[in-house]
Design a protein around this ligand. Sequence first.
Ligand code: FES
Length: 155
Amino acid sequence: MKDAERISGQLSGETFQFMTSRRGLIKGIYRFLAAVGLGSLGYGLYRFLAPGGGAAPPIEVPLSEIPAGGANAFLYGNSPAVLIHEEEGTFRAFSLVCTHLACKVFWNPEKREFYCPCHDGLFDAEGRVLSGPPPSPLERLKIKVKGDIVLVGGV
Ligand code: FES
């Protein structure tokens, strides 16, 4: 037995023999890790493909709550977001989670910029990075106007 180590001992008059194999142990660890990895992958795929999976349900904002030129902050899923109503009547919505290290960013309507106070990240009104360490634009949320309701996200 090349790879095996035989351990024997006596306990209460009975002899126990254990045979362990380093190769068998490593195979077992690999199999366990593969099973955990496949399980995680399968669960992630299930959550992605399940109806409504992966996305929070849309938020309904009554038009009366957001006059032209105004903004309305809300929680989308568990994350802060904002709906902006432009003077000309269009809407834009963004996640307020900074793409650098996930601090909350703030909309400044006078400067028409998003500002992240954690590391002075700056985004323009379209969510594009102007300066600072954020590696990518703010996540833009989908919008659909239905009568006097604005649906934000997941639409
Ligand atoms: S977390 Fe926003 S700039 Fe670093």
